[in-house]
Design a protein around this ligand. Structure first.
Ligand code: AMP
Ligand code: MG
Length: 438
């Protein structure tokens, strides 16, 4: 689907959320292909682990070692040869011949009838394949333990060499959005640096004559620009380079200059405001000169108007260097919803992530919700547990698109699908948790 201003999308009174997502994903794919052709996205950086959080891994990370490097004990207990075990309740008596600590292996062989006192993580000695946890033994002296032979099976409580990771096999796949566990995993392999995709540059700007920056005093009818701050927070979750282009007045010359400026510096431009019916014509005119941008009416709430497309390369730049453009609606909640629904996945896709969709779960809705079929709704809610201990959601008060408090108090969206009608108390609904995302 094309997103040109002349495309049939403009004739569609309301575009399904899924259609919009498909169109965005398709355009991002084309952009990646074009930039691959000129080698623009092949940039890879090497960063230390402490800089790698939320970056995208650029190539498979192969394990240089087996993890664990040797068979070792999963418990504090006694290591012995499990051949002596059986199904009866007969008592086994073993002589303790020494101790193995994590980092201080026992040197020597354990013979039948003998055992070794062993700590969690200590290397299994020669002749042993089983560990009886200390609390399973019935008798314990300095020199001897006793236990029933049917209390465990041969091989129990032993971690095998390479059971976590095998040498030469991928430990983390290319395209992974690196999380804390990945950094720990790399460190456990002795790897101090990772090859990651370059940070994409994302320019943000707020458009509107009524907007004031935080160091200005409010005059009648003016408001503080909050969108740049929520957008900065959202983008920081993704460890990108942010270019703050500030507040731009609603006049053609200023807007044009700001868009040109952003197109020169950034891979992506995200603006907020100025795409709703009264103002779109004005922005449309500029976009016709600068790029190929569609103005969408999306069947969703909040966040109905949105512009999306590309800004053409500025004269003198490399021919394929286009800038992806998202013109988000101005309402503060709508900005966050449209970012969640469209922008976040596109940024991840553009940067080569293999998992771009945020996870969705389900919960029981505590109160009825009125909902008209024919649009997707994102209601702000608190996810928790109901009196029966089951996952539940409760909406956070007034749900107007400009009421940022509903978002600030929420920890999730309740997502009501396009065809869904009214919700009754007790119905299961789709839930998208904010944690780590918004
Ligand atoms: P617009 O999409 O420009 O028609 O804006 C819709 C509503 O969002 C209006 O009430 C604007 O004042 C408000 N708005 C637009 N941009 C911002 C912003 N950056 N911060 C806070 N509110 C905004
Ligand atoms: Mg406006």
């Amino acid at each position: 689907m094309k997103c040109s201003p002349n495309s049939p999308i403009l004739l569609t009174s309301s575009l399904h959320v899924d259609e919009a997502r498909k169109a965005i994903s398709q355009l991002v794919k084309e952009l990646i292909e074009e930039s691959q052709a000129i080698g623009d996205v092949t940039h890879i950086e090497t960063v230390s682990l402490d800089q790698a959080i939320n970056r995208i891994l650029a190539e498979d990370l192969l394990s240089p070692i087996d993890v664990p490097a040797a068979d070792n004990s999963a418990m504090d207990g006694y290591a012995f040869n499990g051949e002596c075990l059986g199904a009866s309740d007969a008592t086994i008596s073993l002589k303790i011949v020494g101790t193995a600590y994590a980092g201080k292996p026992y040197v020597g062989k354990i013979n039948p009838g003998e055992c070794l006192k062993i700590m969690t993580g200590a290397v299994m000695p020669i002749g042993c394949d089983t560990v009886i946890p200390q609390e399973f033994t019935s008798t314990q002296t300095e020199t001897q333990i006793e236990f029933q032979e049917n209390q465990l099976k041969p091989g129990e409580n032993r971690r095998l060499r390479g059971e976590d990771l095998q040498q030469g096999k991928p430990a983390i796949s290319s395209g992974r959005l690196l999380r804390p566990s990945d950094l720990g995993l790399a460190a456990s392999l002795g790897i101090a640096t990772l090859k990651v995709k370059r940070k994409i540059k994302v320019a943000i700007l707020s458009s509107g004559n009524e907007l004031r920056s935080l160091d200005q005093t409010l005059s009648a009818g003016s408001i503080y620009d909050s969108n740049r701050y929520s957008l900065t927070g959202l983008l920081n979750r993704l460890n990108l380079d942010i270019i703050d282009c500030g507040i731009v007045r609603d006049d053609p010359a200023s807007l044009k200059q700001a868009f040109l400026d952003a197109a020169t510096k950034a891979d992506v431009l995200i603006s907020s405001g100025g795409v709703s019916v009264g103002e779109a014509d004005f922005t449309k005119q500029i976009m016709q000169e600068l790029g190929d941008v569609g103005f969408w009416k999306i069947a969703m709430r909040p966040g109905r108007p949105m512009a999306f497309g590309i800004l053409k390369p500025v004269a003198g730049e490399s021919p394929a260097r286009k800038t992806l453009f998202f013109g988000l609606p101005g309402n503060p909640v709508a900005v966050m919803v449209t970012f969640y629904q469209f922008v976040r996945s596109a940024l991840l896709q553009l940067n080569g992530a293999n998992q771009t969709e945020p996870p969705i779960t389900q919960a029981i809705c505590e109160a009825p919700i009125r909902k008209k079929p024919g649009r997707t709704e994102f209601q702000r809610a608190i996810f928790g547990r109901n009196a029966d201990g089951r996952p539940s959601v409760k909406l956070t008060g007034s749900q107007g698109a400009g009421i940022l408090r509903s978002m600030s108090e929420a920890n999730c969206f309740v997502i009501l699908g396009h065809d869904q009608g009214n919700i009754s108390a007790g119905d299961w609904v789709d839930v998208a948790l904010f944690d780590g995302l918004l």
